[in-house]
Design a protein around this ligand. Structure first.
Ligand SMILES: Nc1ncnc2c1ncn2[C@@H]1O[C@H](COP(=O)(O)OP(=O)(O)OP(=O)(O)O)[C@@H](O)[C@H]1O
Ligand SMILES: [Mg+2]
Length: 310
């Protein structure tokens, strides 16, 4: 990993969210490349407790050993990593320097993008327990490189579960991928609403917590959530009609997407073959998206085009 110039996203934690199959992992890979080309120290954290194969898309041959193993395993099987819903206490030793982490726990792509894996529940056998501990790693883990805090992009599993567990409390920005389906539009609207509620101070569910100190901690995590906003990105857009329809449905709810990723058939082929992601069309779109994002953030944008909160 080398680094020269840094931009506005230096040290940021970005989380990528969206409906199942909307294109989160694709967007993560394309964003990582675009940001790496802009000289950030990029680290991808695979926080999807189920899906495997992100390493191939990045051009890394072997998947790294999981951070869950590094931290000694889940509480359900005698380890130390707890679920943030039952135990909001921050993960001990969550801020690590690359030098402290043995090389089995990360991979590096030919472009110099680091990949870390939070944990995979499918490899743990029957009765593994819930994947909350993986969400806690995703919430808290931060990597420092020799140049300072890296830019981390977290690939979350589909749906709301991890958000409900409060993973965004430790993110700077959320990126929500919207594919051309009603379900995806619906999820984007709900996610926008949830982030708005958090910023408005609506506390998390704590009825299950008996210890008042944990109730207080969970409440403070949400109250002082680091997340500054959420950006919406359209994906797999195959025509201007599709784009217009999506923009119209989202616009009715005050959501204006910050970028569009076109449908690019090479992407499907790459995922099928387990090869580094070939995406000539979509990569151009994501390069533009990153430029737009940097300009927007540099001008202090928080609540106009594309960012629907704060
Ligand atoms: N811009 C695009 N053009 C063409 N195909 C795409 C595009 N983006 C994603 N796909 C295809 O959509 C499918 C889902 O993509 P991807 O795995 O990135 O989604 P995901 O949201 O990460 O899914 P999951 O919820 O399972 O993690 C893949 O088969 C991929 O090839
Ligand atoms: Mg995925």
């Amino acid at each position: 990993m080398k680094s020269e110039t840094k931009g506005i996203l230096e040290g940021a934690r970005l989380g990528v969210f969206g409906k199942g199959g909307s294109g989160k992992s694709t967007a993560v890979v394309l964003l990582a490349r675009a940001l790496r080309n802009r000289r950030y120290d990029v680290c991808v954290l695979d926080a999807d407790s189920t899906n495997v194969g992100l390493q191939h898309a990045l051009g890394i041959t072997e998947p790294p050993v999981s951070l869950l193993d590094f931290y000694g395993g889940m509480v359900f099987s005698g380890g130390i990593v707890t679920c943030p819903v039952d135990d909001p206490i921050p993960l001990a030793n969550a801020e690590m320097s690359l030098e402290e982490l043995p090389s089995d726990y990360y991979g590096e792509s030919p472009q110099g993008i680091l990949l870390l894996v939070a944990g995979k529940i499918g490899r743990m056998g029957p009765g593994a327990g819930c994947d909350g501990p993986i969400a806690k790693i995703a919430r808290d883990f931060q990597l420092e490189t020799s140049h300072g805090k890296g830019l981390m992009i977290v690939d979350f599993k589909a749906g709301f579960e991890d958000s409900a567990r409060g993973v965004f409390t430790n993110l700077d920005w959320m990126i929500h991928i919207v594919d051309p389906t009603r379900a995806s539009v619906g999820m984007a609207i709900d996610m926008n609403e949830m982030v708005k509620q958090v910023k408005a101070g609506v506390p998390p569910a704590t009825e299950h917590l008996e210890d008042p100190r944990l109730v207080d901690l969970a409440t403070r995590f949400f109250k002082y959530a680091r997340v500054k906003g959420i950006f919406f990105v359209l994906n797999r857009v195959d025509s201007s009609e599709t784009e217009d329809l999506l923009r119209e449905s989202l616009g009715e709810q005050g959501i204006e997407p910050i970028g569009v990723i076109r449908d690019d058939p090479s992407i499907r082929r790459s995922w099928l073959e387990g090869r580094p992601l070939a995406a000539p069309v979509a990569q151009t779109d994501v390069d533009l998206l990153v430029e737009t994002l940097e300009v927007a953030l540099s001008s202090g944008m928080k609540s106009s085009v594309g960012a629907a909160v704060v």
